[in-house]
Every structure is written in structure tokens, then in C-alpha cells.
Design a protein around this ligand. Structure first.
Ligand code: ACO
Length: 426
């Protein structure tokens, strides 16, 4: 028996089974149970995949206990404070940070592809007024597979990069169009003179919203939000992208699945829910009542923006955004009613035994919702912003999966608790 293995004993029979232990660069070791069913005749059961490593990856590392997050070995706070979102997107796709020239060329490639096919407007037109922009966005991204069906196989690195550039470049345009169509506003085409973030804010906020020149702090804030969302290893939406990619589906279809998975309130929809919840709480006087509801086992109410599946100490992205929020409060003179309620909730929750015992700290969404609101971004666009940030991560994960020759179609098993075979009544 190898020392580098784990032995499992079936106490019913006394039979023992060995499984090799795999060693990551850092982080917990991984028991390789790929042969578990073949060896033991049993499945493993892992609700919500809390103990399951579903793939090998070299992209993002998280240490939830230490509050650490790295993309390709670079600490998130270095990337958020010293680099731009496009640097980060390039890093995720190409494994290295770009030189000045590479960044310029990357930015040019994105600008070139930022327009969408005019006939796509018919798709936007088909949605009823006030459709949620995420509904439009997920459909529009899936429809890219019809507009670019020529490169279905993605056999060459050039084809793959073309797809990556298209998605990252077109999502801001689709996102801004989704919002403007949902509100019945005229769409604004990309301005190639503007930076990635400036162009998006321009397409979103220009006439008739009294588009004023953007303050540098606004551009910095949104760029930072994109960087902080760019990847997060095997979360629900990334896992959805990988599962769909494992079936050999078109990458645009896989990415649109990521958008759908991200929309949920327990995931990327949380920052919109944070603001809706703060609006519902409505007054600082109601905070205690809602904290009590969140703690009540018989009440399904949860404090939005608190807790995380992986971060059980603090979310390093939340720490960066908390500083940024404080800077915005000073520089944009934000002193909203919602901010007061949020501050009160934060203060109580951070000192309340219920939250401390369960390691429930404010997560990235708690702060990003407030920042996006301060940037005058409509709340139904919050998850869309998350998608724009996450797109490079999903694509990097898609590429990694495709590069692994032993990639298998994702096909989990189940613990069947349904009826035995029943005799049909005559
Ligand atoms: N408010 C009140 N109680 C909570 C909260 C919350 N926000 N989150 C978890 N709990 C409690 C649970 O009731 C449970 O209590 P118990 O042990 O007495 O039964 C305990 O904390 C553990 O909760 P789980 O749901 O088992 O934790 P899990 O890791 O599965 O869930 C999740 C993590 C989904 C993020 C959860 O904390 C949540 O729903 N938070 C609110 C939504 C949110 O902010 N989501 C954004 C996540 S970050 C992102 O996607 C970028």
C-alpha cells in the first residue's frame, strides 16, 4: 500500500480500498476517487460538491480560511490596485500579464469587435418592455453561436482567441443594448475612442440620461469591480460553463449557461438583492427586526450580501471594495439613506454571535451593490456587470478544459430514493 494514499474500510465487510492522494501546488491534498465506483460498487454523495474537486486547474487559487485569492499566481489586491481589468483579462487568457504593446494590441482587438451584427437588433426587439436585462443578455450571447457558426469546432488557437475577443468585446455592447431596449431607449453604438469601461458607461448612460463627463474615480471603481469578478475558480456559474463545454457544445452556448447560472440570488444576483433588501428594510429603525428574522431558524429570510461558500474568514474582494466604497463616499459625496441602513446592518452583524459563529461576513456583493448604485447603474444591471467581469474567467476555464486531452463529459451519479419498479394498473 502506498503511503501517499487514503484507505477506506467498508465496515460491513471489512474490505479495504486504497485511493491515491494528489498534491496541488498549494491547498488541501485531493483523494483521487475516480475508480471508487469500479472498486467499491458504490457512489460517493457530496451535496453541493462541498468536498469535490471537479477538475485540475492552473487559473485561480482561493484559500477561504486565509481570505486569499490569486489569478495565475498574482494576488487579487495587486491586480485590483496596480493593474486594469484588461490586464487581468489578458492574464487569464494568456497566462501572463501583458507588456504595454500587448495590452494596446489586446485593447485594439476588443474595440474592433465591439459592434454587434445589425440583425441582432430584431432579437432585442422581440423582448417585451421592462424585460430583465439578464434575460436578454443570456439569449443574445447564445445567439452569437448562430451569427458565428462558421467556427463551431474551434480547432486552432487563433479561432479560440477570436471567440474570446468576440465575447469580451461584444458583452458590454449587448449589455448596454439590453438595458436600453428594456427601457425603450435609443441604443448608443460603441465609441472606439473611449476605454473599455468609459465606453460601456457611455453606451449605458448617454442621452437621455444627461450624460456628464465621467469622473476618474467612477471609471476606476467599475474597472476594479470587473477585475474582482474576473474569475473565482469552480463556482456555480463556472461549473455550469464547464459542464456544458464538456458536452462539446458551442462556447457561446456554454457562456450563456454561465450567465443563466449567475443570475440566481444565491450567486451573481445577490448584489441586486442586497439593494432590494435595503430598500425593503427602508429605515434604520427596522434593522433590528430584520436581523432577528435572519437569525430565526423558522424564517427563510437571509441577509443578502452575507456569507460565502468558500470564504469563512473574510472575502478579500469585499475588503478591497469596502475601501473603495469609503473613497467613493468621500469623493462622490454619497451619503444615502441606504448606505446608513447598510452600515448599521454591517456593524450589528459583525458583532453578533449568530453571524460570528457561522463565519457570516459581508461578501463582495454587499459592497458592490452600494458602489454600483453610487455609480448610478440601475440595479437590474448589477448581475450584468458581474457577467462582464466574469466573462474572461469563463473563457479561460473553457480553454483550459478543452486543452486537457483526458477531459470527460460531466456526468454525476445520484442517490436514488424514488419508488421501486411499480406494476402498471390494468
Ligand atoms: N443570513 C442569515 N443566515 C445565513 C446566511 C445569511 N445570509 N447565510 C448563511 N446563513 C446561515 C444558514 O442558515 C446556516 O445556519 P445553520 O447552520 O444554523 O443551519 C449557516 O449559516 C450555513 O449556511 P449554508 O447555507 O449552509 O452555507 P452555504 O455555504 O451553503 O451558502 C451562501 C453560502 C449561498 C452564499 C449563503 O451564505 C447565502 O445564501 N448568502 C446570502 C446570498 C449572498 O449574499 N450570495 C452571494 C454569494 S457571493 C457570490 O456569489 C459572488
Amino acid at each position: 500500500m502506498s503511503k501517499d494514499s487514503i484507505t477506506i474500510t467498508d465496515n460491513r465487510t471489512g474490505k479495504q480500498f486504497d485511493f491515491p492522494i494528489l498534491h496541488p501546488t498549494i491547498g488541501p491534498s485531493v483523494a483521487d476517487i475516480s475508480s471508487f465506483y469500479k472498486d467499491t460498487g458504490m457512489f460517493t454523495y457530496d451535496r453541493g460538491f462541498t468536498s469535490t474537486a471537479s477538475c485540475r486547474s492552473r487559473i485561480t487559487y482561493i484559500d477561504g480560511g486565509a481570505g486569499k485569492l490569486m489569478y495565475r499566481g498574482y494576488d487579487i489586491s495587486y491586480l485590483a490596485k496596480e493593474k486594469t481589468f484588461l490586464d487581468t483579462a489578458y492574464l487569464l487568457l494568456h497566462k501572463e500579464l501583458p507588456t504595454k504593446e500587448q495590452l494596446k494590441a489586446f485593447s485594439f482587438e476588443l474595440k474592433k469587435r465591439s459592434f454587434i451584427n445589425e440583425s441582432m437588433k430584431k432579437l432585442f426587439d422581440a423582448f417585451p418592455d421592462n424585460s430583465h436585462p439578464m434575460a436578454i443578455l443570456s439569449s443574445a450571447i447564445a445567439s452569437l453561436s448562430a451569427f458565428y457558426s462558421d467556427s463551431l469546432d474551434m480547432d486552432t488557437p487563433e479561432e479560440v482567441m477570436e471567440m474570446a475577443h468576440r465575447i469580451i468585446a461584444k458583452i458590454p455592447t449587448i449589455a448596454a443594448f439590453s438595458y436600453r431596449y428594456s427601457k425603450g431607449l435609443p441604443v448608443i453604438y460603441p465609441d472606439l475612442e473611449k476605454s473599455f469601461v468609459e465606453n460601456f458607461l457611455y453606451m449605458l448612460r448617454a442621452y437621455p440620461h444627461n450624460y456628464a463627463e465621467l469622473k476618474p474615480i467612477e471609471v476606476e471603481a467599475l474597472d476594479t469591480i470587473f477585475t474582482l469578478h474576473a474569475d473565482h475558480e469552480q463556482n456555480a456559474s463556472t461549473t455550469a460553463v464547464r459542464v456544458v463545454a464538456s458536452t462539446q457544445a458551442h462556447p457561446y452556448a456554454a457562456i450563456s449557461t454561465g450567465v443563466s447560472a449567475l443570475w440566481g440570488r444565491a450567486h451573481g444576483g445577490a448584489n441586486e438583492s442586497v439593494i432590494r433588501q435595503l430598500e425593503m428594510i427602508g429605515s434604520i429603525d427596522n434593522v433590528d427586526k430584520y436581523i432577528a428574522k435572519a437569525k430565526d431558524k423558522n424564517d427563510p429570510f437571509r441577509l443578502m450580501g452575507f456569507g460565502h461558500r468558500v470564504y469563512k474568514n473574510f472575502d478579500p474582494r469585499a475588503t478591497i471594495l469596502k475601501d473603495l466604497r469609503n473613497k467613493l463616499v468621500d469623493e462622490l459625496d454619497i451619503n444615502s439613506h441606504l448606505l446608513e441602513i447598510a452600515n448599521r446592518i454591517e456593524k450589528i452583524a459583525l458583532s453578533d454571535e449568530y453571524f460570528i459563529k457561522r463565519n457570516l461576513y459581508p461578501n463582495i456583493d454587499f459592497y458592490s451593490g452600494l458602489i454600483l448604485k453610487a455609480l448610478k447603474i440601475p440595479k437590474e444591471m448589477f448581475a450584468v456587470i458581474f457577467v462582464m467581469g466574469r466573462a474572461p474567467g469563463w473563457i479561460a476555464q473553457w480553454i483550459e478544459l478543452k486543452e486537457q486531452p483526458d477531459m470527460k463529459i460531466a456526468r454525476p451519479r445520484q442517490l436514488y430514493l424514488g419508488p421501486l419498479e411499480r406494476t402498471p394498473s390494468k
